[in-house]
Design a protein around this ligand. Structure first.
Ligand code: FAD
Ligand code: MLT
Ligand code: ZN
Length: 447
């Protein structure tokens, strides 16, 4: 059972009474009813790529892992309605490929897309690199099929853009981290496939300049701007240390760099011209000091590989403290500058591995041990670094979890910043939908 009870980060090592892998909704419901009758807690699991410890059981050995991996059928493709209906165990990359085969785009995209599953994506309300243009998993879902905490089947698989008939039950289960019920299928939006995607790395002096470049890109490219990711200098250095085979396309690694992606509905030539015009005007205004536009799809994939391997590079470097914060886009640079200074004051020498989705104000504000140290004592300072970071996030009007969810990792921290009114409403929802507390106990807000 070990692959089902240890998380991707190798940080949580749980035990389970069993792992169930049902392959029909009726069997999922039967497993849930058995757990209800025997008071066995349930940990729903998709690809087990979650970052917050929400997808694995605790060490008690009491819980059952309910893996949706075998529920991976495509139920319906309705191209005129621009929807596809798939089961929860469908791997994200498979859905992307299925949509592309039909001349459509399913835009959810993240580094784990080769193994994460749509049920987990929805339950963690995954973000990724296309949120700027298409939104989080929540915005991409029109309907759900769910097995409730009582083992009943709710078929809410509607492909409607508008449905105002009572409370939005679908949105309760999205982002609930498996604490309200088990998602067994989803009806998803698909979009027109762009004629071309053009990708570029551009060097900027700092995050303030990065924000100015974002504003310029949004003004010049409008809705065709589909990704705007940032790496700060320590990230680019770490990539060079841990994954030297990934070629860095700019003249120096000692720079802030943004990855810009443009999707053009007309043609590659049109898209390329638009991106070149943007970069030329950024050069003229001194916003950008160096840039490289991918010459073809192969090079575009190489550019993305640098961004997508940030998580692995940090994992290879050893111990790391991760944050998944969101602040208003306009305040991202100030947040990083002031919080870096505060952390350096308390923990001189630690490496600030700050990168992520600058285009939607979501940064992975990660901390690694000082260069050349293995960070033996690093675990002892995690709490203090979390508190400095999260207090600063709160002061900047932000959230302590933008896309990874709270899981085990951030449940205590998140509760500190929630008002009693919010906590009471969420407690009432949890009580109403899972009164036995059988769904993924110990994960998410302590309600
Ligand atoms: P799991 O890890 O299996 O589960 C995640 C949560 O969903 C758990 O609470 C679990 O109980 C619940 N769950 C799973 N399936 C169901 C179901 N059918 N019904 C109800 N609850 C369920 N995340 C981002 O948002 N953006 C990123 O850019 C990003 N990049 C990543 C890069 C790498 C290299 C890695 C390893 C992870 C990254 N992640 C990112 C985190 C992770 O991939 C996402 O959270 C993803 O959505 C989890 O999907 P999963 O299928 O692996 O879910
Ligand atoms: C990513 O955006 O690469 C992940 O969400 C970040 C992380 O692994 O911390
Ligand atoms: Zn991310």
């Amino acid at each position: 059972m070990q692959p089902f009870t240890t998380d991707w980060r190798k940080r949580w090592f749980g035990k389970a009474v069993a792992v169930a892998q049902p392959d029909t909704t009726e069997d999922v419901a039967a497993v849930v009813r058995w757990c209800v009758a025997n008071n066995v807690p349930i940990v729903p699991q998709g690809g087990n790529t979650g970052m917050s410890g929400a997808s694995v059981p605790d060490e008690s050995g009491q819980a059952l892992v309910l893996s949706l991996a075998r529920m991976n059928r495509v139920r319906e493709i309705d191209l005129p309605n621009n929807t596809i209906t798939v089961e929860a165990g469908c791997i994200l990359q498979t859905i992307q490929e299925l949509a592309r085969e039909k001349g459509k785009l399913f835009p959810l995209s993240l580094g784990a897309e080769g193994s994460c599953m749509i049920g987990g994506n929805l339950s963690s309300n995954a973000g990724g690199v296309a949120v700027l243009r298409y939104g989080n998993a929540r915005e991409l879902c029109l309907g759900l099929e769910v097995v409730t905490a009582q083992g009943e089947i709710w078929n809410g698989l509607r492909g409607l853009r508008k449905d105002n008939t009572g409370y939005d039950l679908r949105d309760l289960f999205i982002g609930a981290e498996g604490t309200l019920g088990v998602i067994t299928a989803a009806t998803l939006k698909v979009f027109p496939l762009p004629a071309a995607k053009i990708t570029a790395w551009a060097a900027v002096k700092d995050l303030h300049e990065g924000l100015r470049l974002l504003a310029l890109a949004q003004n010049k490219l409008g809705a065709s701007l589909t990704a705007f990711e940032v790496l700060t200098p320590p990230c680019i250095e770490l990539l060079g240390e841990q994954l030297p085979q990934l070629r860095w396309p700019l003249s120096t690694r000692d720079t802030h760099a943004v990855l810009i992606e443009l999707s053009d509905g007309e043609s590659e030539a049109n898209g390329r011209a638009a991106l070149e015009t943007l970069l030329e005007s950024a050069f003229e205004s001194g916003l950008v000091t160096d840039a490289a536009i991918a010459a073809n799809l192969t090079q575009s994939a190489e550019f993305w590989s640098l961004r997508d391997h940030m998580t692995e590079a940090q994992q290879r470097a050893g111990k790391n403290i991760k944050h998944d914060i969101a602040v208003p886009i306009s305040r991202t640079a100030d947040f990083v500058t002031s919080t870096n200074a505060e952390i350096a004051r308390h923990f001189p020498g630690v490496r600030m591995i700050v990168f992520g989705h600058l285009g939607d104000g979501n940064l992975h504000y990660n901390v690694s041990p000082p260069k050349g140290t293995a960070g033996e004592d690093f675990a002892t300072i995690e709490g203090a670094i979390n508190r400095i970071t999260h207090d600063a996030v709160h002061a900047h009007g932000g959230s302590v979890s933008a896309e990874h969810g709270l899981g085990v990792l951030r449940r205590g921290e998140a509760a500190r910043y929630k008002s009693p009114v919010e906590l009471n409403m969420m407690r009432a929802i949890k009580q109403a939908l899972d009164p036995q507390g059988i769904m993924n106990p110990g994960k998410g807000l302590p309600l």
